[in-house]
Design a protein around this ligand. Sequence first.
Ligand SMILES: Nc1ncnc2c1ncn2[C@@H]1O[C@H](COP(=O)(O)OP(=O)(O)OP(=O)(O)O)[C@@H](O)[C@H]1O
Ligand SMILES: [Mg+2]
Length: 587
Amino acid sequence: MFLNRALLRFAKGNYKNILYTCFLSVLLTVVSTIVALITSVVVRMFLENKTVLHSLGMAEMFGILLGLICLRFFISMYKTKEGVKCGLKIKEVLRKDMLRKLFELGPAYMSEEKTGGVATTIFMKVEWLGHYYMTYIPTAVAAIVNAVVIIGVLFFVNSMVGMVCLLAAVGMLGCPMLFYKVMSKRGRLEWEAEEEYYEKCLDGIQGIVTLKAFGADGLQKEKIHAGGEKLRRTVMGQLKVTMLENGVLEFLGRLGSAFTIGLAAWLVYKGEMDSEVLVYTMFLISACFVPMLNLIPAWHMGYRGVTASEGIEELLQSLPKYFRTREKAVKSGKKEFTGDISFEHISFAYDEAEGEVLQDVTITIKNQTTTALVGPSGSGKSTLANILAGFYEVKNGKIRLGEEVVEASNIEAMQDLVSVVWQEGHLFYGTVLDNIRIGKPEATYEEVVRVAKAANLHDFIMKLPKGYDTHLGEDGMRFSGGEKQRIAIARAFLRNTPILILDEATSSLDRKNEMEIQRSIQELSKGKTVLVIAHRLSTIQNAEQICILNHGKIQEKGTHEELRKTSKLYQRLMGKQLAVEMAGEGA
Ligand SMILES: Nc1ncnc2c1ncn2[C@@H]1O[C@H](COP(=O)(O)OP(=O)(O)OP(=O)(O)O)[C@@H](O)[C@H]1O
Ligand SMILES: [Mg+2]
């Protein structure tokens, strides 16, 4: 039987349901065996031309048979229902655990893992576990229990017949173990090919706009086709071994039952067995092998279950690369904070081998002031913002929020103080209202309207077909980059934390949109301690402090007035915008 510790653990809390489904499966087999036995009695009555046997008449026999066949039908239906219910429960719990784990692993994990691989694990592998628990386990248990009982009875009837039947059953049940190694290896290859294929499909779907814009859809189609071809080859290879194994098992089953029946007939011929029991023996032998033959297609679910469990276990056992919780992290819901934010000699590398992305960064953001981060592309601005957002842990240096050093034990409480507005907030499936409520799920309709107004979004929303109840993606609804950013701003208004991280849009917005966003951001930043990755002069001019990052180091700090006069790098970075400003001054 294919079982491992992970599969046992995944079913925790559902053992009773699994046992119940197994019991129903055994009951079903028992009823089938009784049907076979009564049929054998009827056959004997026909052969011996009797109307009554063992004090039962023909009509009673047929009545019992009919009753049992009906009972079998109902047990079968009930077993299927219970099996599906149990499988659904296990799948639901597992998916919940996996999603909880993903959230614990955080954005850093998803930036390193392939979405297709994670999606395959959460959806397809878990789906296969459903088949494993609701079909494979009950079928295997019923086949084994049935074989043990019938072989026991056959030993009682005739030890030689019992022994031959036992050998054939051991061969049938043990043979899949011989294929275990090769099937497991091929199973893993099949999952790999499936992950790769889904990754390519997902990439194609998510990148459809870019692919079309660059006329590269043909290239992606080729990649998808190659992935599909690899998957097809892997599945066909696996199928060949499965068919070979099934053939061997079928052969063993048929041969075993024919040989045992032949042996029983030969024993009767030799006068070593009572001819009256031959008919019963024949039906018993076939009742012993039928569930084992039924198990043949289910073995595949066993292999798939075991290999799927490995991927699921790997995800569930993954340790967060950053913030490995030494003590239980606490969520405080705290919104009070009046101190400064200090980055103290921060050095950071995503990968030690690739070198440091931030080197000895020291910045203090005074309470309720704004610090603008500027610097060339790749200089480490987003990395620093991500570190403040709590996505990455620093090994060298410290971040202090007020007096408290940010570490694993208080990271969740520290995150409660921070809101982030990325360039384009992700929009979720649902209404506009639901999307803004991400910032505070318990917010009332009035609160949402208030923040939408503050984010200069209300008028736009009121023009939508169903206002705040308009479904995104449906009703022909699409949001522009600027509108998406304003939704993100509205969320941050709702969340209303004392610390704010802003990643200013680099894409050029039209003047009206830009001014509206600027106004919203200014409103949002009031009374907050802000770190903004800034691209626009207007934002930078309003900041109390500007830090220039270059190759991961703070090259210069100062106000706009100071830097524009003294810093060559600042002049170069702000180039055109500064020139326009200076021209304005000169005029
Ligand atoms: N998840 C990651 N894993 C490994 N390296 C990364 C990761 N994210 C960023 N980097 C690398 O870290 C360096 C700094 O990247 P970062 O995104 O912080 O730059 P940035 O200043 O925000 O650039 P831009 O202005 O283009 O957004 C880059 O060399 C980048 O390749
Ligand atoms: Mg960036």
